[in-house]
Design a protein. Structure first.
Length: 444
């Protein structure tokens, strides 16, 4: 959409607001909703977090599929460990997703059927067209590479009904493995109207309690009764709700006291890196860790209260001690030698962190995230396009790049450039055209 056309639309809609005799057509209402949504200030930190998560996942898959560590096997463990937290990055995506949906949709009156219809349409419009394009590309790559596939995986991938966990209906199409998380997102989107109604009736505290209870029940069903597709999804529902809760604090401008935030951050981090084989517990620890980090932007600067400082140190040291004991259990950990060094560092940092002011901590987080802000605007496309493009590139150059590290790095650079360019075009050029077309179709 050109600048002139954009200004024309704004002018026409402003005029319609001042003329009671003008009936705004349905397409005008949809565009008005979009323009009003865009008037909310974009939160750069959220964009940066989204960009960081997408790039981290992509680099993790580059390491996994290209295997550059084969040229220096002595660093294989370090490289794989450094980029081995892709699942945790997806957890971060869920939190940011809950934040973004609540931040943009909390004013909708879901008691009206038309509002629900528009909400579902906007979610479909945002997610599915580019998702469909990524699946078409994945099928082309599947045909070129002759990778194994199942008809169920292909069909259910189009229906957003795939997962990588036990009990899933089907695994994702092999040439676009990361799309499993979209089946989680789709369910959370559909549950949001119910979530918002409950929130308005019971308040934020009860909403958190209800979501945690629902997730615990689903987790119990998955672990001990009957593991299935929907229980796998719902057991992480509270993670998405946590993002919505953080958004609510942001919108209301609330600033509250959290006496033991630093100690709890260290506790969650210690369990996140230690409990490697208890996947659900690790996911929940990871979600709490990221949620507390985001909550730190709303916490008041702590006072020089000695008891609070001692409490934070005690929590961090207690977590490190418990996790150190867990490293002796092969049913809990994998890299026990590495973890014992990490836990020593956690113990030291648990003492040092009480002397770091919250504001300095916030500045450091902003400085780390700032380079990823622009990537946040195309993060969704990066996430759904990178896997098939990496699969295709490694297939084409597999016979030459494995013999020469500089050549492999050149191929990786070309591959990443292709992903970024395609993601940029899809998000910033193609998607607006799709939105305009779908708006016209929806208004009929």
């Amino acid at each position: 959409m050109t600048r002139a056309l954009f200004m024309t639309i704004i002018t026409q809609e402003k005029d319609s607001l001042h003329r009671s005799d003008v009936t705004v057509p349905a397409i005008g209402k949809i565009r008005s909703m979009d323009l009003l949504a865009k008037t909310k200030k974009k939160i750069l930190a959220i964009e940066a977090i989204r960009g960081f998560a997408a790039i981290y996942v992509m680099f993790g898959h580059v390491i996994q599929l290209y295997q550059p560590y084969s040229f220096f096997p002595e660093y294989r463990f370090a490289v794989k460990t450094l980029f081995g937290y892709g699942n945790e990055a997806v957890i971060l995506f869920f939190i940011v997703s809950g934040f973004s949906i609540h931040y943009s949709s909390s004013s909708i009156a879901f008691s009206q059927k038309e509002s629900i219809k528009k909400y579902v349409f906007k979610r479909f419009r945002r997610i599915y067209p580019l998702y469909l394009l990524s699946l078409i590309i994945s099928l082309v790559v599947l045909w070129i590479t002759h990778m194994p596939f199942g008809i169920n995986s292909i069909i259910l991938s189009f229906a957003l009904l795939t997962d990588v966990s036990d009990g899933a209906f089907a695994s994702p199409i092999s040439t676009n493995f990361p799309i499993w998380s979209l089946s989680y997102e789709a369910v959370y989107y559909l549950l949001y109207p119910v979530l918002l109604i409950v929130f308005r009736k019971t308040g934020i505290r009860n909403m958190i309690i209800y979501s945690v209870i629902i997730s615990l029940v689903a987790g119990g069903i998955s672990l001990s009764v009957y593991r299935n597709h929907f229980s796998n999804i719902i057991q992480l529902y509270w993670v998405w709700v946590a993002g919505a809760v953080i958004a609510d604090f942001k919108m209301n401008g609330e600033n509250f006291k959290f006496s033991y935030l630093k100690g709890l951050v260290m506790l969650c981090f210690a369990f996140m890196v230690t409990v490697e084989k208890w996947h659900l517990f690790r996911d929940w620890s990871c979600a709490l860790f990221f949620s507390l980090l985001m909550f730190s932007f709303f916490v008041q600067e702590e006072t020089n209260n000695i008891s609070q400082k001692v409490g934070n140190v005690a929590i961090g040291l207690f977590a490190a001690a418990v996790c150190y004991c867990l490293t002796f259990s092969p049913s809990v950990v994998i890299h026990f030698h590495l973890l014992r060094y990490i836990l020593i560092l956690i113990s030291v940092f648990s003492i040092l962190i009480v002397f770091i002011p919250i504001e300095l901590f916030r500045r450091c987080m902003r400085m780390i995230l700032k380079p990823f802000t622009k990537a946040g605007t195309i993060s969704y496309a990066i996430y759904i396009f990178h896997w098939p493009l990496i699969i295709l590139t490694t297939y084409i150059f597999k016979d030459v790049m494995n013999k020469n590290l500089p050549l492999m790095l050149l191929v990786i650079g070309m591959n990443l450039m292709t992903v970024f360019l395609m993601s940029w075009y899809a998000e910033l050029k193609l998607q607006p055209r799709i939105v305009d077309y779908l708006n016209g179709w929806f208004a009929r």
